[in-house]
Design a protein around this ligand. Sequence first.
Ligand code: SF4
Length: 429
Amino acid sequence: MKYISYNLKNFREIPFFERICSELKFNIEVVGNILPFKVNNYIINKLINWDNTETDPVFLMTFPQKEMLNPEHFQIMSTLLKKNSDSADIRREANKIRMQLNPHPASQIQKNVPELNGKKLWGLQHKYRETVLFFPSRGQTCHAYCSFCFRWPQFVGIRKLRLVMQEVKQLIEYLKTKPDVTDILITGGDPLIMRTVFLKHIIDELLKAKLPNLINIRIGTKALSWWPYRFIDSHDAGDLLRLFRKVNRSGKRLALMTHFNHPKELSTQEVKIAVDRILDTGTIIRSQAPILKNINDSPEIWQKLWTKQVEMGIVPYYMFIARNTGAQRYFALPLVKAWDIYKKAYKNVSGLSRTVRGPIMSTDPGKIQILGPVNIGKEKVLCLQFIQARNPDWVDKLFFAEYNETAIWRNELIPAFGEKNFFYERDSR
Ligand code: SF4
């Protein structure tokens, strides 16, 4: 399949766009000038129902919507566009607004960038003891941009916001000093946007380094759901699959960390063929996704998603809460509502789908799972636990917040039982 990409400059040329009203097109332009926007012909032709764009989940998660910005920000950009302002003014205002949208949440810049010999390694993130994230320079775009994505600062052209590393050597030098690291996550953007030859260089160097503690090489990618041809008929698809097989035969384990947000994304023949090819190399495919208002906010959708994944050989991994950045206001659900959907879906799937964990907030101190409301004494509280944390001693500890039906993120939760802080806030001081 020939790859055709559409973005802010050419989206009006999308064949089906004649069906879209001019107001919606203008809204896409306004929001798309602030949040990144890109889509490809596979999504357009195979995944979107163009007769029903108002409710189609793939359309809504791909194309910018007016409500993704607060009214004030929308107004600023729409006035600039209506006045035909010059591009430098538009860019300046867009950057100002972007800085108010909490780029790189959870202290990723302040706390997660490691150092080697007194030098910051801007293309690495090391938050959890066992896992290092690597952002190769050629993998910092995607096959399409998801409008809810917390990695949006990677794609808006602001240099100081970009996490990127040119050299795999620095990664290896760093890993040699960290014997606790068992997992590397090659991430982005989407590393599978890179030609295989570049990914092969990274992986070959990692294998050659013979790091005794390295067990898993993970690749975070959306290619399987949004450009499955990457594994079927792209010019170097065969090389990519051979590379996967090589890793698995080397004694290390390759895991593809994929995103499927809706069962529709699993429905095409192309995805089925791609999954079979990847599994044939001995690679594990895991899947994670956020729970998103208007996209996948029902138990039936998640039940179908996890069941279909298991049927295809994909391991359900995480259900996340929409992060406190970018277009959170459009996608977020109250935490207790997300928990209720998770619980109802989880109850109705077989044990093989229960590898999934959620709903989870990826916060500054760690990944917090919402375990739901409980009554303790006379008080109804919200029970939480870390499933991953900056401080490994926090993992699995239960803690409690006052019951709150509207909170969408951790900063809206108050410690229960009259406590002043959550336990980890006392530990971090
Ligand atoms: S593919 Fe992944 S990294 Fe890229 S925009 Fe979507 S969620 Fe973000």
